[in-house]
Design a protein around this ligand. Structure first.
Ligand SMILES: [Zn+2]
Length: 69
């Protein structure tokens, strides 16, 4: 049985909004002072969470490292 996994180096990265849920929300780590509203996924697996800007930036960094344009 193969485990479903995601790799930032092998899989297509996508940024998605987290569905709004009542209650507490995790804080974004990038220093914007906002909450985590988006996640970055690789192969459908969430690899990171943060504000939208932080997630797009992270995705860009990974793609740059891989040599993607
Ligand atoms: Zn942020």
């Amino acid at each position: 049985m193969e485990l479903l996994r995601g790799s930032v180096d092998e899989h297509k990265l996508t940024v998605r909004a987290i569905p709004k849920r009542p209650g507490r929300r995790r804080k974004c780590h990038c220093g914007c002072g906002g909450g985590s509203t988006h996640i970055m996924q690789a192969n459908g697996i969430a690899m990171a969470s943060g504000c939208e800007f932080a997630m797009w930036k992270k995705k860009q960094q990974h793609e740059k490292r891989r040599g993607w344009k």
